[in-house]
Design a protein around this ligand. Structure first.
Ligand code: NAP
Length: 514
């Protein structure tokens, strides 16, 4: 029995209230009502296997970034109510950790199937709250599901190792054990995949989970919780808490039962959480900012480099931690690359995500202002604009795909992440100069390299201080790879077997067998 009660919302009461709302279609005037399965639209938090509302009645409104229209609202829990999610996860931990790994794998497999069965609804939900083009949203659902699939398998694989003894009469083993409750904090730009990448790994390892999705995109996470419930994930193993991040995450930071924290978001918030986790010495995984360099050498296949550059900059409307932010191009091909890249940028379509354009709206006004600031600063320092340059007529949160060339090294856009559809290009003359400029950053998530020279590929792949290096291509991610950054881009890795490491402790046992 999970010891959870929220003031004023007894188990049956709150659940029935939510079901009544869902059956009547949660927000009948909202585009959310058009989903094939409107029960995927949940407005309460999922805590201890129940859909619970804040006793205060407080909610957070969610709007469509393409139109500004109200989509719906989610409950905003208090710190005390969020602490109950950690209670639920802690209570569920022994049962989940003690379940056969095959059983955890079976439930994850079912969750994966349900995500794919509901792919279209989940993608549409994501477009409505996040804004990305529907094709990209479908791709993200596949990507999100792939982590659940991968960790359904990986759940069975953490092995016991025996050690060749160095002590007389001793027998040694190394075990891997789940750490306890894991807190997961996810951003708005990949609202489904960032959650499954963390949650599937933690659940496979035997941890139970408390998750906080961004207030910009809570519906995607709540829909995943609904599907986890349908898959049979036991009450308390997977909890999703909506509300103000500062309020609901706080009790988890000081809770010693929360043994791991996995965060994807800005470096600024990452630093704050890192400091706070020190008090209880939590295991940490952090996927932070990117500010990726794109190095193009004159010997590269220019046709390919231009196509890959467009993907590296404009996918996810530029709101991607893997987005190329600094194009450094060797001088002999500089002018041609700038022209051809700008020509492609000028014809990118900009529209609401449901129309499946190349570029959707940005997430909020703050993001649009950052694009304006970076463009104005670069122009003031002598850069030239070859495409776009400002807001787009489609609406207040749309920004035209923009290409700035001759951007000086001290421009803001070459110093900090833009997180939007503005590309900055500058020439270089030597490999040493390109490498020094690429590494001259506090960030180290991904670097893109375009060259045909195999020796240069090897040299630079070694020398670039980045957790990931993409050579002559853009798409590199997927469930089987260790995703993550060096320097202040993060700590730890997600995906692959490495993605389970922060959720497991190593226990060494030494037995006397004499
Ligand atoms: P953010 O402001 O750092 O928010 C990320 C998450 O942290 C959200 O769930 C947010 O909740 C929560 N949060 C905010 N303040 C918090 C606090 N004081 N305590 C606890 N949680 C807090 O970043 P964002 O604007 O959503 O995302 C953009 C940034 O994330 C970019 O810098 C990007 O590079 C980075 N990112 C990195 C990766 C990667 O894998 N490396 C992937 C995607 C994004 P609320 O939204 O509810 O405030």
């Amino acid at each position: 029995m999970i010891p959870l009660s929220l003031p004023g919302h007894d188990r049956t009461g709150s659940r029935h209230r939510e079901e009544a709302v869902s059956e009547a279609i949660a927000f009948p005037k909202s585009p959310l009502a058009g989903l094939r399965d409107p029960r995927l639209v949940r407005q309460f938090s999922y805590v201890g296997g129940r859909w619970v509302a804040a006793a205060s009645g407080e909610t957070i409104a969610v709007t469509d970034p393409a139109t500004g229209d109200f989509l719906g609202e989610v409950t905003s829990l208090s710190a005390e109510e969020s602490a109950l999610a950690a209670d639920a996860a802690a209570a569920a931990f022994p049962g989940w950790a003690g379940a056969l790994p095959q059983e955890r794998g079976r439930l994850l497999r079912r969750w994966h199937e349900l995500i794919l069965e509901n792919r279209e609804d989940l993608a549409r939900l994501m477009v409505l709250e996040q804004g990305k083009p529907i094709s990209e949203a479908r791709g993200e659902i596949d990507y999100a599901a792939s982590f659940v699939d991968y960790y359904a398998e990986e759940a069975k694989r953490p092995n016991i190792e025996s050690v060749t003894s160095h002590l007389p009469d001793a027998e040694m083993e190394v075990w891997l054990e789940p750490v306890g409750v894991a807190a997961l904090i996810t951003p708005w730009n990949f609202p489904s995949a960032m959650l499954t990448r963390k949650a599937a790994a933690a659940l496979a390892a035997g941890c139970t989970v408390v998750a906080h999705p961004s207030h910009e995109t809570p519906f995607s996470a709540l829909a995943l919780a609904e599907l986890a419930e349908r898959a049979g994930v036991p009450a308390g193993a997977f909890n999703v808490v909506t509300g103000s991040a500062r309020i609901v995450v706080e009790p988890w930071l000081s809770d010693p039962r929360v043994r791991a924290l996995s965060f994807t978001g800005s470096t600024e918030i990452g630093r704050h959480l890192y400091r706070r986790c020190g008090d209880t010495v939590k295991r940490i995984v952090m996927e932070l900012g990117g500010h990726a360099p794109f190095l193009l050498f004159a010997d590269a296949d220019l046709d390919r480099a231009v196509d890959e550059a467009v993907k590296a900059k404009f996918a996810t409307s530029g709101q991607d931690c893997l987005g190329a932010n600094r194009f450094l191009v060797e001088r002999p091909v500089y002018a041609e690359f700038c022209e051809r890249f700008a020509a492609q940028a000028r014809v990118l379509s900009v529209d609401a995500g449901m129309k499946d354009p190349d570029i959707g709206p940005l997430t909020n006004e703050k993001a649009v202002r950052k694009q304006e600031e970076h463009v104005a600063d670069a122009l003031a320092r002598g850069a030239r604009c070859l495409a776009g340059g400002g807001r787009h007529e489609k609406g207040p949160l749309f920004f035209a795909p923009t290409v700035l060339v001759d951007v000086p090294a001290d421009a803001l856009i070459l110093r900090e992440e833009t997180f939007g559809p503005v590309a900055a290009i500058a020439p270089f003359d030597t490999e040493a100069e390109a490498l020094a400029r690429a590494n001259d950053s506090e960030y180290g998530l991904i670097a893109y390299l375009h060259t045909r020279d195999p020796r240069r590929i090897y040299r630079l792949s070694r020398a670039l201080q980045y957790g990931m290096v993409a050579v002559n291509r853009t798409k590199v991610t997927g469930a089987p790879i260790p995703f993550g950054g060096m320097k202040q881009s993060g700590i730890g890795r997600e995906g692959a077997r490495h993605g389970m490491q922060a959720f497991m402790d190593i226990k060494y046992v030494c037995r006397d067998w004499a």
